[in-house]
Design a protein around this ligand. Sequence first.
Ligand SMILES: Nc1ncnc2c1ncn2[C@@H]1O[C@H](COP(=O)(O)OP(=O)(O)O)[C@@H](O)[C@H]1O
Ligand SMILES: [Mg+2]
Length: 222
Amino acid sequence: MEKNTPLIEIKNLSRWYRDNPAKLFEKLNLSLDVNDFFVLTGKSGAGKTTLVKFITGKLTPPEKTIFYNRQDMATFTSEDIQILRKRLGIIFQDYQLLEDLSVRENIIYPLELYELGETVIESKLKQVLQKVNIKHFLDTPVKLLSAWEKQRVSLARALIHDPEFIIADEPTGNLDRENTQVVADILIEANKSGNTIFLITHDIHLLNYLKAKHPIKLYVIK
Ligand SMILES: Nc1ncnc2c1ncn2[C@@H]1O[C@H](COP(=O)(O)OP(=O)(O)O)[C@@H](O)[C@H]1O
Ligand SMILES: [Mg+2]
C-alpha cells in the first residue's frame, strides 16, 4: 500500500461506559497513515485501551466514526473482522499468551489461521527468531518465563505473519529501561521495513528514546 494513504481515520468518536458515567474521550479525531509510526499517549484511564478494542474489532464503534482503509468499521461483519485480524499483530502489556503452551506453540499460533504447511511455518519461525532473541527457550512452557521473556514471545507472535499493522498497547509497562529500548528498536525496524505501527504508551523513557531515534507522529489523548 502507498504511503500517505489513511489506514485508520477516527472522526468525532466519543466513548463512555454505561456503568461509568465519566466520558473517556469526546469527539476524538485522529488519522494514521500507512507506514506511520504513530504514538498515542495520555494518562491512565483516558481510554487508550478502549480505542485499541475498537480498532481491533472487539468493540463496535458508532456509525461513521472509525474508518479502516476508508471502510466504516461499524459495518464490519465477523468475516471482515477475521480478515482484519490477519493483517494485525497485537502486543499487550499483559502478554495474553497461552500459559500452558510452549513458546514455540504460542508464536506459531497466529499462523494456524492460514493453514500453512510445516516448512513454511518453520521458515517464518526462523525469520522471526532473527528479530527477537528467544531461541534458547523455544520449548519452555510460557508460565515458567520472566516478564521480559514473555514480552519477547508476544513480540515474536505479533511479528511472525508479517502483519501490515502492528498495535502495541503499553508493551513496556513491565520492563526496565534497557529492555524498553530493545522493544523500541524492534518496532523501529518493523516500521522501516514497511509496517505501520500504532504504539500506546505513557512511558516517558520510551517516548524520549523514540523521538531521538526515529520519526514518529505523536498524539496526546486528553
Ligand atoms: N468494560 C468496561 N466497563 C466499564 N468501565 C470500563 C470498562 N473498560 C474500561 N473501563 C473504564 O474506562 C476507563 C478507561 O479505560 P482504558 O480504556 O483501559 O484506559 P487506558 O488504557 O487509557 O488506561 C477506566 O476508568 C476503566 O475503568
Ligand atoms: Mg490501557
